[in-house]
Structures are given as C-alpha cells and as structure tokens.
Design a binder for this molecule. Sequence first.
Ligand code: SDX
Length: 380
Amino acid sequence: MPDDQEVHKGLEGIIVNETKIGYVDGQKGRLVYRGYDIETLASKSNFEEVSYLLINGKLPSREQFSEFNRKARERMKLPGNVVEFIEKNCGHSHPMSDLRTVVSFLGALDANSNSSDLNLQKSMGEDIIFRMPGIVAAIKRKWEGKSIIEPLPDLGMAANFLYMSSGRKPTEEEEKVMDTCLILHADHGSNASTFSSMVTISTLADMYSALTAGIATLKGPLHGGANEQALKMIKRVGSPENAERVIGEMLGKKEKVMGFGHRVYKVYDPRARILKEFARSISAKSGKQELFETAEAIEKAMISKVGGKGIFPNVDFYSGMVYESLGFEENIFTPIFAFSRSAGWVARSLEYVSDNRLFRPRSKYSGEMGPIEYVPLEKR
Ligand code: SDX
C-alpha cells in the first residue's frame, strides 16, 4: 500500500453511500426525513407513520396506514417464549445488554433469518420495530421486579409503550410527548449504530443481525448512551450556581460533557430545541424547575466556553429529563432511543442492501514488514 495513503480515522468526513432517507445539515442545524423537516413531523405525525415514511419513501395513504397499524398492533404482543426469556435472563448487567440479547433471541427463533430475500428482510425488520415497545417495556418491568404487561388492542405504539411500562393508560399529553420523542430519534444519517447495521447487512446477513449490531453500537456513552450520562451529570452539578464552576473544571480536565457536541452538527441540534421545550414545560408542572434551570445553566456555560468550537447541546442533553418525567429510570433512556432508531436502522439497511456493496475499508499498516526469522520458544 503506497505510503502517501491518508488515514481518515473514524471515517470522519467520508461519504460511504448515497441515500434518499434522511439529511443532516450540520451547519444550518436542519434534519430532514424523506424531504420533511423534523419540526413538521414532530408536530403533525406519529411514530408509526414516520417509520412507514422512512422505510417506504412516502407517507402512507389511509389504507396503507391502516394495514401498517394493524400489523403493528398485532405484533406488539410478545410471544410467550420471549416473555419467558426476558423473565429468566434479563435484569443483571444493563437494559441495553438485555435488549441486544432479546433481539438476537428473536432472530434465533425465526427460520427466515437465514434468508437475505429483500421482502423477507423488510417484513423481519418491520416485525422488530413493532416488537420494540413490548420488549423495552418488559425489560423495564423486569428491572423493577414487576410483572410484564401485555399491550392493549386500542393503543398505538407510543401509548402502548407507556401503558406496558407503567400499567396506566397515558394522558393525551404524555402520549404526544412520547410519540414526539420517538419521531425525533428515528433516523440520523450514517451515525455509528446505523453504520454498524449497514455494514452487517452488506454481508447479506439478516435483519436481526443488523439490528443486534445497531443496538450493540448505540449503547456506548459517545453515542446513544449519552442521554443516561447527561442526566446523571446534570444531577451531579446540582444547582444553576454550580454550573459555571463544574463545567469549567470538567473542560479544564479535558472531560467530555455528555449531551454536547456532535460529529456533524456544529450548531444547536434541532432535536434538542424541541426536547428542551418539553423539558421546560414538564419541569414547571412537576416542580422540578431547579433541575431544568441547572441544565440551562450548564448549556449557557458550555456555549460560552466552547460554542466557538461548534459544541452545542445534542439530542441527548434534554431527553433524559423528558423520559424521567414519563416515569423512566436513567438505565432505560438508551433502550428507548434504540426502540425509536430501529426504524432508521431497518430503513437504511433495506436501502443499502437493495443496491449493495460489501463494506471493506483498508487500514494503513505501520508495523514490521519483516520477514522476521521465527525463534523457537525454547530459545527465546
Ligand atoms: C448521538 O452521529 C450522530 O448522528 C449521533 C446521534 C444520532 O442521532 O445518531 O446524533 C446521537 O450520538 C449524539 C452524541 C451523543 N454523545 C455525547 O453527547 C457524548 C459527548 N460528545 C462528545 O464525545 C463528542 O462531541 C462526539 C463524540 C459526539 C463527537 O465528537 P467528535 O466529532 O469526535 O469530536 P472530537 O471528540 O474530536 O472533539 C473535537 C474537540 C476536542 O477538543 P480539542 O482536542 O480539539 O481541544 O471538541 C471537544 C474535544 O475535546 N469536544 C468536547 C465535547 N465534544 C467535543 N469537549 C467537551 N465536551 C464535549 N461533549
């Protein structure tokens, strides 16, 4: 390999494929799903419809939506052996490890997972999306030592997720907030977890393998795991008065402040703007103003200190406060992210494999070229 090969660590800035699914404008702070601005979908659509849009390229007609919805409601109820698997095997290390394992278990049960037929890949992908609310809710209940709840036939995915998580039907407002969070997290370009799914499907492996890879990748605190760490950090700062000092100390020690910065956005993440307003209104109603004011003080301190470097709040900074207000513990925040992002992982895997090219980058070798003579162990 010629010596002048430039190394693009982390594939930074490298375009790996062409897509029609979604666009992230890092300079203007704009996010588009199939031509629709995220703000439009967040205020007017729902997660089922957005999942359909990401996968199929257009919003569904009434007939298409009713069929998609019917399948979703039918598949939301987990098979008995999956419920039993969760009851017997989950609740030990982290809910993201549980989620990764349960989706992999679904693949172990599905004989179609040996096929790379595009139609089968699509129906397996849709099945996984439809099952995510039930799986994440069941894992949550297992971690709380509570019984697993079945979905109600008359509720959509966001409302049923809240119902299966708590045993209480959500208010209209709670359902709207949850549904909007699911829309906001559904797709985001070639982020690390989506890229993992695409690499996996590019070998013609099955959709369960692709989504297991996506879940495994999302877990990391530099990616989806940041939402859990960000709320813990806000609570550690404790009050608006502490923000300036604590953030200064963290930056001084070159620590990464969770929920800030982005490989693509060098301005405010448009999703964070929407989540911040949810967090503002929810904290006002639930008497948690100080937590929100602490977060805002952290945001102000960060922007004043590193905003000039293009470091602003990202999707993970305010989402934790919203999820906590909906009754979720911190360790469930990233599984909720994965539930939503399953739509993007499926859509981008299907798009990529339908015009496939095996991912196989190169590395620049800087080791010994040898050949070095082998010295037997007894002489070393
Ligand atoms: C998600 O890719 C996606 O689209 C992801 C996502 C999606 O929807 O899929 O948007 C979801 O993962 C959002 C990001 C969640 N992660 C975090 O909040 C973790 C904290 N953020 C950082 O680790 C960081 O900002 C990254 C990883 C998100 C992006 O960082 P880059 O592009 O790799 O930038 P870098 O680490 O090279 O940092 C460049 C400079 C460095 O300073 P210098 O060495 O140049 O002096 O900026 C600094 C960094 O130290 N920096 C930060 C920082 N992020 C970058 N300093 C303090 N706190 C931070 N959060």
